[in-house]
Ligand binder design. Structure first.
Ligand code: CA
Ligand code: ZN
Length: 309
């Protein structure tokens, strides 16, 4: 049963990767500007749907991303624009927390615990006291890196497991392209996740994503950026959160100083005044930060990363 009715290309959740690699054969070729639907598995590859026991989980088959797809005309040094047009979710989610995982895992000693959460009338039910409005987001999204394979659990300059709550319906992401065709893939949706993902999971859920993928020539990036209605943000991942934060700031300054006629020190002041440094996640093999600034401020200096959105 498809959640998003769509006449165009559709990539099934049977076609998944566990690493982003230039050597993976694409499952589909598409023209720049084309829309398509990705059917995605939850981060446990639906294993818990078959057997809701964490003991039997095959950890070699977690964090699948659907794809990869080859975008015609994409070449190393270009930018891939990814418009997230629509997200639809399954009717239940899974969470895991416990010994050895997440920010509190070193204080726990009773293995991993698992819970199934239902979605009813558009709300995620936690218990009989608390339920939440859904805020669907995509955890793993990115392109093939240049010269190494990166497993889907790890975020880096190619995107990957960034677990950024801002990657939701209506937002547009931009990735540096490292290989011909870009080899884009996405998966690991969450019905809801708090910034940081402190326990190592959000409400992990399968679903479908309607995307439009376009190649932008003559634009360079070194790490993903995101544009939504209000804000422009740079996303950076590194071994520690401190390093990721510094990278996000550095990359933002690099982007702005070419475009805004202002001494670099004053650009730094402006960021210090009105940009927010925020946590994407602190629980994956690399940590992810974002630096978020209002588009209105940038537009006052005639800087708009992509005037078409
Ligand atoms: Ca994730
Ligand atoms: Zn996830």
């Amino acid at each position: 049963m498809s959640l998003i009715p769509f006449e165009g290309p559709r990539v099934s959740s049977e076609s998944v990767i566990y690493e982003f690699s230039k050597d993976t054969q694409p499952v589909l070729h598409l023209e720049s500007g084309q829309e398509l639907v990705f059917e995605t598995c939850d981060c446990f590859n639906k294993q818990l749907d078959l057997k809701p026991s964490i003991q039997n989980l095959d950890w070699n088959h977690v964090n699948p991303a659907t794809g990869p797809v080859y975008v015609e005309g994409a070449q190393a040094g270009d930018v891939l624009k990814v418009e997230i047009l629509r997200i639809e979710l399954a009717d239940h989610a899974w969470m895991v927390a416990g010994e050895g995982v997440g920010s509190y895992g070193s204080h726990l000693s009773d293995g991993l615990h698992v819970r199934r959460l239902e979605i009813e009338d558009g709300e995620l039910i936690w218990d009989d006291k608390v339920s939440f409005e859904l805020d669907p987001m995509i955890g793993v999204i990115g392109v093939a890196p240049a010269d190494r394979a990166i497993n889907c659990g790890t975020p880096a300059e190619h995107g990957g497991n960034m677990d950024n709550t801002m990657v939701r319906e209506g937002t547009t992401l931009y990735f540096p392209i490292f290989v011909d065709g870009a080899l884009f893939a996405a998966g690991d949706m969450h019905a809801l996740m708090g910034d940081g993902e402190v326990g190592v999971t959000g409400a992990e859920i399968s679903g479908e994503i309607l995307l439009r993928l376009s190649v932008i020539k003559n634009k360079r990036l070194e790490s993903p950026v995101l544009v939504d209605q209000d804000d422009f943000s740079v996303i950076a991942s590194a071994k520690t959160f401190d390093e990721a934060a510094d990278e996000a700031v550095r990359i933002m300054v690099e982007l702005l100083k070419d475009k805004i006629d202002m001494p670099t020190e004053e650009i730094v002041m402006l960021l210090s005044l009105c940009a927010d440094l925020e946590v994407c996640q602190v629980v994956d093999p690399q940590k992810t930060a974002r630096l978020v600034i209002s588009r209105d401020v940038l537009e006052a200096y005639n800087y708009d990363f992509d005037p078409s959105v």
